[in-house]
Design a binder for this molecule. Structure first.
Ligand SMILES: *[C@@H]1O[C@H](CO)[C@@H](O)[C@H](O)[C@H]1NC(C)=O
Ligand SMILES: *[C@@H]1O[C@H](CO)[C@@H](O)[C@H](O)[C@H]1NC(C)=O
Ligand SMILES: *[C@@H]1O[C@H](CO)[C@@H](O)[C@H](O)[C@H]1NC(C)=O
Ligand SMILES: *[C@@H]1O[C@H](CO)[C@@H](O)[C@H](O)[C@H]1NC(C)=O
Ligand SMILES: *[C@@H]1O[C@H](CO)[C@@H](O)[C@H](O)[C@H]1NC(C)=O
Ligand SMILES: *[C@@H]1O[C@H](CO)[C@@H](O)[C@H](O)[C@H]1NC(C)=O
Length: 419
C-alpha cells in the first residue's frame, strides 16, 4: 500500500510541480561554477551560520561545555546561560535540557528566531538553557579511545544516546549548576532516547522535573515516513551492503552540505522542490514552513548519524514494539538473557510527562502516541495539535508555533516549576 502511495505522490510531484526536479538538477550540473556563484550570493540570511554566531547576533549569551560519557565519548554541550532568572525572586533558577532529533544539532532549537524557538522562549522566561549535541553529531566527534573513522565509534542507536549521553548530560548539568532536577525537552528520535534513559536507569526519574516529548517516537508500527520505511523494507540487504563497504556512520561534512544547499537554494522552484521531497520524510506543510528558513536549517545537515540509529528504528517498525536493539537470537541471549530484545518498560517511567503530537506527522502516527499514553503512568499533559497540516518539522519550525503549540508547552512547564 505504502508503495502505491509513494509512487503516486512522486508521479504527481514530477508532473505537476512548477519545478521539474530532474530537469532542474540536470541544468545545474551543466552550469559550470554554478555552485560557487550560488554560495557567494542570494543565499538566505543565516545560511551556514553556526549557533554561537547566531545567538550573539540575536543578543543571547553562549557557552561551550565538554564532558565525557561513561563509555568514553567526549560530548560538547551548548548553553544559553541564565544566571539572573526572570522568575520570582528567591526561586531557584530552573534548568532545561534540550535533546536533539536524528541528524540534528543544537542550532535547531534556536533557529526559528527569538519569537519561535522553544529554547529562546524558555530562556526569556528565566530558564537556564542547555543544548545537547549527542555522539556522532558535528560537535561531538571525539572518543577517548576510538577514532571517529572506526566502526566502534559509530556503534550506537537511540538507546546509547539515552543510556549514556543523556545520563551524562543530566548529571553534568545538575552538578555544574548545583541543582536537583531539570526539565528535559526532546523531539522526534530524541524522545526515544529520553524514554530509553528513564526506563533503563530508573533513578533518573527523580532528576527530571518534567519530560516534554515533541512528536513522540516510541512505537513505530505504521510509520509512513520514507526514510524509516525504506530502511525497514530493505533492512537485511542494507545492513549487509553497508557492512561490505564499511559504512558505519555519516559524519557532518561541510562540502556535502554546500552541495545540497547549492541545489536546493538555486531558485524558488528548487526550494519548493526540496521542500516537497523533504515532505516525504517530514510531512508537507507549505503554509507554516518558510522556504528560506528551511534552507538555513538544511545548511547544518546532515549533522552526523550512525547507521545503527536507522537500523534500530527500522527494527521498531518491523516489530511494532518499543524495545532494545535486536542483535539476533544468539547475541540477544548473551546480552539480554532472552532471544528477543527486552521492551522498554514504560510502566516504570514515573517522571511527569507531557506529550505533543500532530495529525500530519508521518513519523509519529496518532495511534502510536495513544499507545504510549495508555502505558505511561504519569502523564500531566497531552495534546494533539489542532491544525490539520501540522507536520513533523512544524514542531520546531512552524511560523505560528506559539499559538499552535508553544504557549501551551510553556504554560505547563511554568506550572510544574512553580508548584
Ligand atoms: C562559530 O564560528 C566562529 C567563527 O566564526 C567560531 O569562533 C566559533 O567557535 C564557532 N562556534 C562553534 C559553536 O563552534
Ligand atoms: C527566601 O527564602 C528563605 C528561605 O526559604 C526565606 O527565609 C527568605 O525570607 C526568602 N527571601 C525573600 C526575599 O523572599
Ligand atoms: C517578536 O514578537 C514581538 C511581540 O509579539 C514583536 O514586537 C517583535 O517584533 C517580534 N520579533 C521578531 C524578531 O519577530
Ligand atoms: C583517525 O584516522 C584517520 C585515518 O585513519 C587519520 O587520518 C586521523 O588522523 C585519525 N584521527 C585521530 C584523532 O586519531
Ligand atoms: C558494539 O557494541 C556492542 C556492545 O554494546 C558490542 O558487543 C560489539 O562488539 C560492538 N561492536 C563494535 C564493532 O565495537
Ligand atoms: C562537579 O562540579 C564541580 C564544580 O563545578 C567540578 O569541580 C566537578 O569536577 C564536577 N564533578 C563531576 C563529576 O562532573
Amino acid at each position: 500500500m505504502i508503495w502505491i502511495f509513494y509512487t503516486t505522490l512522486l508521479g504527481f510531484i514530477f508532473i505537476n510541480s512548477t519545478a521539474n526536479p530532474v530537469k532542474n538538477v540536470l541544468s545545474l550540473i551543466n552550469r559550470d561554477g554554478a555552485e560557487r556563484r550560488l554560495l557567494d550570493e542570494n543565499l538566505p540570511e543565516d545560511t551556514f551560520v553556526n549557533i554561537s554566531n547566531y545567538l550573539f547576533k540575536n543578543g543571547y549569551p553562549f557557552e561551550k561545555h565538554h564532558f565525557t560519557t561513561e563509555d568514553g565519548y567526549i560530548l560538547e554541550m551548548h548553553r544559553i546561560p541564565n544566571t539572573k532568572a526572570n522568575v520570582a525572586k528567591n526561586q531557584t533558577i530552573p534548568r532545561i535540557l534540550f535533546v536533539p532529533p536524528l541528524m540534528c544539532s543544537s542550532i535547531d532549537w534556536v533557529s526559528n528566531g527569538p519569537n519561535g524557538s522553544l529554547a529562546l522562549l524558555s530562556f526569556d522566561l528565566g530558564y537556564d538553557v542547555w543544548l545537547l549535541n549527542h555522539r556522532g553529531t558535528r560537535y561531538s566527534m571525539s572518543h577517548i579511545i576510538y577514532n571517529n573513522t572506526e566502526e566502534a565509534f559509530w556503534n550506537f542507536s537511540f538507546h546509547e544516546k539515552g543510556y549514556y549521553d543523556l545520563a551524562a548530560s543530566v548529571d553534568y548539568v545538575l552538578n555544574y549548576t548545583e541543582s536537583k532536577k531539570l526539565t528535559m525537552v526532546s523531539y522526534s528520535e530524541g524522545t526515544a532516547a529520553a524514554m530509553a534513559l528513564a526506563t533503563t536507569r530508573l533513578e533518573y526519574n527523580e532528576k527530571i522535573e518534567l519530560m516534554v516529548l515533541l512528536s513522540p517516537i516510541g512505537y513505530m508500527g505504521g510509520v509512513s515516513s520514507i526514510v524509516p520505511v525504506l530502511t525497514a523494507t530493505f533492512l537485511p540487504i542494507l545492513q549487509e551492503f553497508t557492512k561490505a563497504i564499511h559504512l558505519y556512520g555519516v559524519p557532518y561534512n561541510e562540502e556535502v552540505s554546500k552541495l545540497i544547499i547549492s541545489v536546493c537554494a538555486y531558485n524558488d522552484d528548487m526550494k519548493k522542490t526540496c521542500s516537497i521531497l523533504l515532505g516525504l520524510f517530514l510531512g508537507y506543510d507549505p503554509e507554516q514552513i518558510d522556504l528560506n528558513h528551511l534552507i538555513v536549517m538544511m545548511s547544518d545537515k546532515p549533522s552526523g548519524v550512525a547507521m545503527k540509529q536507522f537500523y534500530h528504528m527500522a527494527q521498531e517498525i518491523v516489530s511494532e514494539s518499543f524495545r532494545q536493539y535486536d542483535y539476533g537470537t544468539e547475541e540477544n541471549l548473551v546480552r539480554y538473557g532472552t532471544t528477543e530484545p527486552p521492551a522498554y518498560n514504560l510502566n516504570k517511567l514515573t517522571a511527569p510527562m507531557a506529550l505533543y503530537y500532530a495529525k500530519n506527522d508521518p513519523n509519529s502516527p496518532i495511534a502510536n502516541v495513544e499507545k504510549l499514553l495508555n502505558q505511561l503512568p504519569n502523564v500531566v499533559d497531552s495534546y494533539l495539535v489542532e491544525y490539520e497540516q501540522f507536520n513533523h518539522l512544524d514542531f520546531i519550525a512552524a511560523k505560528d508555533i506559539n499559538t499552535l503549540l508553544y504557549d501551551r508547552v510553556l504554560a505547563v512547564m511554568n506550572k510544574i516549576i512553580n508548584k
